[in-house]
Unconditional design. Structure first.
Length: 342
């Protein structure tokens, strides 16, 4: 059977959740249409043994790449040259697919001829309860041009399925050695997307709340330097995209928004020790337009109709603790404390 979907599964110390992840792919009618690449990123538990057991039982479906630890992006880079499917999607080893809908999804991929397929995803807690479901305000079950997607729409990694041929046309290399590189997966490859199809059905089941998960806010703030590394990668990709590309504005929004988030977290959260001064100076050298945009960006306090030029104020004093010299900053911190309470 023709391989319709390649699924890349980066795996690091996931022995407790990996079987559930892999079992969610075993759809009896269409399993042979799947090309599943499990990339063991130097796990120290039984993840490799579990992965190999599935490859032995279903050799035409599962294959295993065993490599030294290089973090998430290195797994994607290792798997992409081996993919055999018409389309490609990522599945994290602590997540799963909605098995009841996967068969119909594969049948759809068999007849589609588009660059990008968007699907719905839901978040679940560790007890298996659904917390939320996410979809898009886009034309449903029809082909449309990428330009139809409204500005500032965030296309989440969990929703994205690319035509595999895209990665043969671009020099795609995801950042290695750092976390939070999934943003890159939904950034530069979009430059090759023209035709899009939105299938408004739940496919991806995203687990949140696992201890030590990189998506945890405290973990993310401690690893802000990892996010910053992704910003430089996104900027390098953005500068390759011509302005007449349909995805130009989308990629720019992703790049600018991620950069703004680095500044915001550095200046608002007390426990962040990121070297924003060096980051700011490098940004001025590499992208003066974005540097000026950050300086002119204002943070709103919607309920009282006031905004604060936080990043501009910080550039005056160059030290987070000195921001308290400005009444606007004290007001903004008070506002955010109140906002969290309500």
């Amino acid at each position: 059977m023709e391989k319709l979907l390649s699924v890349i599964i980066p795996t690091y110390n996931m022995e407790a959740l990996l079987p559930q992840c892999l079992d969610s792919l075993l759809v009896p009618q269409m399993v042979e249409a799947l090309d599943v690449i499990i990339v063991n990123d130097g796990s120290k538990d039984q993840s490799l043994e579990i992965a190999n057991s599935y490859a032995e039982k279903f050799p035409n479906v599962f294959c295993v790449i065993d490599k030294k630890n290089g973090n998430y992006g290195s797994c994607i880079n290792a798997a992409l040259p081996t993919i055999r499917g018409k389309y490609v999607k990522i599945l994290d080893a602590d997540d799963s697919y909605e098995k009841n809908n996967l068969c119909d999804f594969l049948a759809l991929l068999n007849i589609l001829d588009v660059d990008l397929v968007l699907t719905d995803y839901a978040t679940y807690n560790s007890e298996g309860s659904k917390l939320s479901e996410c979809g898009y305000s886009l034309p449903k079950r029809q082909i449309f041009h990428f330009g139809v997607i409204p500005q500032h729409t965030y296309l989440c990694m969990h929703s994205v399925t690319y035509r595999s041929a895209i990665f043969k046309r671009i020099e795609y290399h995801q950042s290695e050695g750092v976390s939070y590189t999934d943003m890159e997966w939904v950034c530069y490859p979009m430059s090759e997307v023209r035709k899009v199809f939105y299938y408004d059905v739940l496919i991806y089941k995203y687990l949140i709340g696992r201890e030590g998960q990189t998506a945890d806010d405290e973990v993310r703030l401690k690893r802000l330097s990892h996010v910053a590394a992704g910003v430089w990668a996104m900027g390098k990709s953005f500068r390759k995209v011509p302005q007449d590309n349909p995805a130009y504005q989308y990629i720019k929004d992703m790049y600018y928004g991620r950069t703004r988030w680095v500044y915001f977290c550095s200046l608002i959260y007390r426990n962040v020790t990121f070297d924003l001064d060096s980051f700011d100076k490098k940004l001025k050298e590499e992208d003066i337009d974005l540097y000026n945009y950050i300086g002119g960006s204002r943070l709103p306090m919607d309920k009282i109709h006031i905004s604060i030029p936080l990043f501009w104020l910080w550039r005056i004093v160059r030290k987070k603790s000195l921001l308290w010299l400005f009444p606007q900053y004290a007001l903004y911190k008070f506002y955010r404390s109140f906002e969290r309470l309500v």
